[in-house]
Design a protein around this ligand. Structure first.
Ligand code: ZN
Length: 109
């Protein structure tokens, strides 16, 4: 098992894990609960982390993350999940929390 990514937010960590899972890479998020007590523990010890279960996926996972980060530069507005009402970053295609697909903007209201 190896750490592949340190996210700056819990939703981002979950989203990255979802992206990897979607590519067939088993991923898990650590520190997604510790994040809520930031301030009580050193910040660099409580950032949410994405880990991959199989070390052999490391290079591929790194490439996927790099690709995701370069595509994330295009800023899109945040959106609300219609299923669980969580806020998602504009570059997320799936809700980080419940994996519901984002509605196309033409489907709004
Ligand atoms: Zn949701």
């Amino acid at each position: 098992m190896q750490r592949i990514y340190v996210a700056d937010s819990v939703p981002m960590a979950w989203h990255m894990a979802n992206v990897l899972e979607h590519q067939g890479i088993q991923a898990l998020v650590k520190n997604d609960r510790l994040y809520s007590v930031a301030g009580a523990v050193p910040i660099n010890e409580c950032m949410p982390e994405v880990w991959i279960r199989n070390d052999l996926d490391y290079i591929r996972a790194g490439r996927i993350i790099k690709e995701f980060e370069s595509s994330a530069i295009i800023e899109e507005p945040d959106w609300w999940c219609r299923a669980c009402a969580e806020v998602n970053a504009g570059n997320f295609d799936l809700c980080w929390n419940c994996q519901t697909e984002r509605l196309a903007s033409s489907d709004a209201d």
